[in-house]
Design a protein around this ligand. Structure first.
Ligand code: BTN
Length: 250
């Protein structure tokens, strides 16, 4: 394999291991992958079920840029996973939903969790991009549809998937160039995203925003057209395709 990859049998969370390596002085790029996780972490404090068969990995990067620039990595990561799925399964039509969910026919096939900390050396930030890609199985959740490559008729091993993902990620990082190429990233992201005009609802804590997706702002925020015609920027929240359930409608 490579000096930049540690493949472990079982860990609590590959994000946690990557951050531990950074705290002990390792700088990125470094991939930490595991056959399974016993405490996989998802967004919004949720867990991430991590039985053997899927890809669980985290990329540690050390970058000396302000948090606003680091946030752009959410879109970079989404494109890399989108292209990985497209290369592993050329007949599927993956699509991106803001900021970086990859959907197959509306069902989520991956999860991305980005965490960052100031580097102990004081030289920039350690950023961990954690990616879970459903290969062999997927959770069966009523509230958010999920899928896997196996459910789409494909058998792909975690190591095969990692090889594609690490190559696709390196390509996108080179294009991004620590923020210099962010406008190119925004264009690429939009070319792979759900169609402009798609109805979306966004849960931001207790409130929900509903509107039509109309692309990205220059800083990567999602732009929505609300029902009264106003434009709204969205910088955080859980995005769902379609109108919110009646209880959530605002
Ligand atoms: C989400 O909630 O959509 C994000 C899920 C991210 C899961 C991945 S699996 C590899 C890495 N390690 C973790 O503990 N979480 C991420």
């Amino acid at each position: 394999m490579t000096d930049n990859l540690e493949w472990l049998a079982s860990v609590a969370s590959t994000n946690e291991v990557a951050m531990q390596r950074a705290k002990s002085g390792r700088s990125g790029p470094l991939w930490i992958a595991a056959d399974q996780q016993t405490g996989g972490r998802g967004r919004g404090g949720r867990g991430w079920v991590s039985e053997p068969g899927n890809l669980y990995n985290s990329l540690l990067l050390t970058i000396d840029k302000p948090p606003m620039v680091l946030a752009q990595l959410a879109l970079v990561a989404g494109i890399a996973v989108h292209d990985t799925v497209g290369r592993l399964a050329p007949d599927l039509k993956p699509m991106l939903k803001w900021p970086n969910d990859v959907l197959i026919d509306g069902a989520k096939i991956c999860g991305i969790l980005i965490e960052s900390q100031l580097a102990p050396s004081g030289a920039g930030h350690n950023v961990v991009v954690g990616i879970g890609l459903n290969l062999a199985h997927h959770p069966d959740l009523a509230e958010r549809r999920a899928t896997s490559l196996a459910a789409q008729g494909l058998t792909v091993t975690p190591r095969q998937a990692w090889r594609h993902l690490s190559a696709a990620f390196a390509e996108q990082l080179a294009l991004w160039s620590e923020g210099v190429g962010f406008s190119v990233i925004c264009q690429s992201w939009q070319a792979r995203a759900v169609a402009v005009g798609t109805e979306v609802s966004v849960k931001t804590g207790a409130a929900s925003i509903y509107g039509r997706f109309c692309g990205l702002d220059t800083d990567g925020a999602m732009l929505l057209e609300l029902t009264d015609g106003r434009r709204q920027r969205v910088t955080f929240g859980d995005v769902h395709i379609g109108a919110p359930p009646p209880a959530d409608a605002s």
